[in-house]
Write a protein that binds this ligand. Structure first.
Ligand code: NOJ
Ligand code: CA
Length: 711
């Protein structure tokens, strides 16, 4: 044994002696002392535990790894060093739901070393914020391991209650699932894997989930996993932050332990989970913890756990609203390929650009502009630089430029990543040359080569390379079929939005998204980051689609979802002809894509939610309120408005007869004067909604409108 190791072991023994055997060696508390995360080493095996408000919410849970060619790294450890620090700063996101973010935490970094001959080293970093806790593993430079070949990460989450849980299965290739609501203990029971929503249970047909070509094992879930305590007084979201050069974490039920979960990383084709060299680190394992569900939505923990922007000049990164030649293909009116019904023509793109220019919408997405859609599925099908004959890239971008409307580019890979990687340098250079500011990417279908998963380490690295390449060309990314958001947007703010959700498209060609779906998303998928759900359909029953398919909301709920389902690149998804001459389009004309403040006013996971957001750079406020399949009245206190200022409320809401099944299009617009002392009633139809736009009143408004008063 080296002298150095001997000394460090002696030092550690002194620390350990001061603690009860197997008990908490050391812990760190959040700045407000409400949350604590601690490390203990029973039998030399590191365990962490989490205490919230004096209650143990995660019992001592083992940490460690199994390697392919080395003994496991989970026992025989002693603490060799402990460092703590407090950080209290604020930072300014380039775009977001809030214009400043407080980053205040206490951190504890613990060095561990094996007592055996190998003497390998591992560092654990713990952070306690007021809105959650996090930890990560680090292999230092001299870890005693040259290469990391991780067969499994064995982190457990031993919850102390059988919480109500909202989850999607551990599909390694997509998150496009309906959420199940079950007891935590039922996650390992495949029979529970049906949606909680009775509307869908009817057609669930004994098959837990409806998606095709997906693999999902019963007993395991993707993150974020959201939990509600039995007394409804605590909400927890389990996720990860800063997923970099590592594979995504899913959570698997621990056999025989009804409320315990264990990390299960998405594998490479050969079954290994992570391949890397040291020094290396894992993403943060995160637990957002709050007393009300809305606080999960308001939390910035995931971004705070990421590094500051690596892009110095971020002026070119702009939030935007967009329409697109998109829904038309999903409902079957247009084709992506060049048939008679080809959607992406120069002429139609100009029409969409005219509409966008007239309605203050920033961009037009055009899908199906490039060669290859007829050969989808074949190797090398797509050409990312050659347009179909009836689409002229230079002409449409020049046309848009004259009108102040951007073209949003589109790269559908169909999962053929090798072919995309060959072409992407040219593809981004081309878009750069015609001034395209944002590209929607797509990875629909299984990834080539076979066995590579969307959420595995190889693809995590691919998605990042795309973001970096796009940044070189001052292009922002909207990724579909992505890996989940983990706060990378702080480091790469051109990684603006992504799908990774069962979005609007499912209403066009599947049995659809249930009324409760978007009342669950804010507390589950959105805890991870923005989402390109693509709301805003006005014609909820398009004649082209299968007779049984439709959008299961009212029109007013579509408007409210524009505010609730946050995306810095936000779509109004319908055909422009359904917006032209429609009175409610005035709401889309004003809709901002960037906010300076956001507050959840009312919330019940899966029942209803109301979110107020202030438009960045103005005094205007917007409020979206939605409900599930039940009609309900939600009282909205306007006390977030500044005192002493009168506002004109423009209220877009369900008409008195509205009902998502019988009268989905019934809506009305009311206007009147309000102030911070007022309460507005949102009278929501079944699967209904209300969207508010609150504009500081002018002297003229004071005479034009009546006070809405305390309703
Ligand atoms: C799936 C995406 O989610 C959708 O938005 C897109 O239109 C199609 N793939 C085709 O790229
Ligand atoms: Ca998709």
């Amino acid at each position: 044994m080296s002298l150095r190791l001997l000394l460090s072991l002696l030092a550690t023994a002194l620390v350990a002696l001061s603690c009860s055997p197997g008990g908490s060696v050391t812990e760190v508390a959040s700045p407000d002392e409400s949350l604590r995360i601690g490390l203990s080493l029973p039998d030399g095996h590191p365990h962490y535990s989490v205490v919230a408000g004096g209650d143990t919410v995660v019992a001592p849970s083992p940490l460690g790894f199994t390697f392919e060619n080395a003994p496991p790294m989970d026992n025989d450890f002693l603490v060799t060093s402990t460092r703590t620090r407090t950080v209290d700063t604020t930072w300014t996101p380039v775009w977001g739901t809030d214009s400043t973010v407080v980053n205040h935490y206490r951190e504890m970094t613990v060095g561990l070393q094996e007592q055996n001959d190998a003497g390998r080293r591992l560092t654990l970093v713990f952070r306690a914020y007021d809105d959650g806790v996090a930890f990560r593993y680090r292999w230092p430079e001299r870890s005693g391991l040259d290469s990391l070949r991780i067969a499994s990460e064995d982190t457990q989450f031993r919850f102390t209650d059988d919480h109500t849980s909202w989850w999607i299965p551990d599909d390694y290739d997509g998150y496009e699932w309906r959420y199940a609501q079950t007891p935590l203990s039922a996650i390992d029971d495949s029979a529970s894997a049906v949606s909680y929503n009775s509307y869908l249970e009817e057609d669930a047909d004994g098959t837990p989930f409806d998606s095709t070509s997906k693999q999902a094992d019963p007993g395991a879930v993707n993150t974020p996993l959201t939990l509600r305590s039995p007394d409804d007084d605590r909400y927890i979201a389990v996720h990860e932050a800063a997923l970099t050069d590592y594979s995504s974490m899913t959570l698997q039920a621990v056999p025989g332990e009804p409320t315990a979960l264990e990390s299960n990383l998405v594998p490479w084709p050969d079954g290994l989970k992570v391949k890397a060299t040291t020094p290396h680190q894992t993403p943060w394992r995160t637990l957002q913890i709050a007393e009300r569900p809305g606080a999960l939505v308001e939390s910035h923990l995931i971004e705070n756990l990421n590094e500051p922007s690596k892009i110095e000049d971020t002026d070119w990164i702009e939030p935007m609203t967009y329409v697109g030649i998109w829904w038309g293909m999903h409902i079957g009116r247009y084709s992506w390929g060049q048939q008679d019904t080809h959607g992406a023509t120069t002429e139609r793109t100009k029409r969409y650009m005219d509409f966008a220019a007239e309605h203050d919408i920033d961009a037009v997405l055009v899908e199906g502009w490039n060669l290859g859609w007829e050969d989808w599925g074949e190797e090398g099908a797509f050409d990312f630089t050659e347009s179909y004959d009836d689409f002229d890239l230079e002409e449409v971008t020049a046309y848009g430029r004259e009108r102040g409307v951007a073209l949003m580019g589109h790269h559908e890979t169909g999962g053929d990543v090798p072919s995309y990687e060959e072409q992407m340098a040219d593809a981004y250079a081309l878009y750069d040359s015609v001034g395209v500011p944002a590209v929607k990417t797509g990875y629909a279908g299984m990834i080539r080569p076979e066995g590579v998963h969307h959420h595995g380490q190889q693809m995590v690295n691919h998605y990042r390379e795309v973001v970096k390449l796009a940044a070189q060309h001052q292009i922002s990314i909207n990724a579909h079929e992505p890996v989940k958001p983990t706060g990378i947007r702080r480091t790469w703010p051109n990684m603006m939005t992504r799908e990774g959700v069962r979005g609007m498209e499912y209403n066009a060609w599947s049995e659809g998204n249930p009324p409760a779906h978007t009342t669950v998303l804010p507390f589950t998928r959105m805890v991870a980051g923005p989402l390109d759900y693509t709301p805003g359909i006005f014609n909820l029953t398009p004649e082209e689609i299968m007779p049984d398919n439709r959008v299961y909301t009212t029109l007013a709920k579509q408007l409210a979802n524009e505010i609730i389902l946050y995306s810095p690149v936000q779509m109004a998804a319908d055909l422009v002809e359904n917006y032209e001459d429609h009175e409610a389009t005035e709401f889309l004309r004003h809709l901002p894509a960037d906010w300076s403040e956001s507050h959840v006013l009312q919330a019940g996971i899966g029942t209803h939610v109301a979110i107020a957001r202030q438009q960045k750079g103005t005094a205007e406020w917007y409020v979206g309120t939605i409900t599930n399949e039940e009609a309900r009245t939600v009282d909205l206190s306007l006390d977030f408005l500044p005192e002493g200022q009168t506002y004109v409320a423009h209220i877009y809401e369900d008409g008195p007869e509205a009902d998502y099944e019988d009268a989905p299009h019934a809506y009305r617009i009311r206007r009147g004067l309000v102030s911070a002392d007022d309460t507005i009633e949102a009278d929501l139809a079944r699967s209904g909604g209300q969207a508010l736009r609150l504009v500081p009143a002018t002297a003229e408004d004071d005479t034009q409108y009546d006070a809405l008063g305390d309703e």
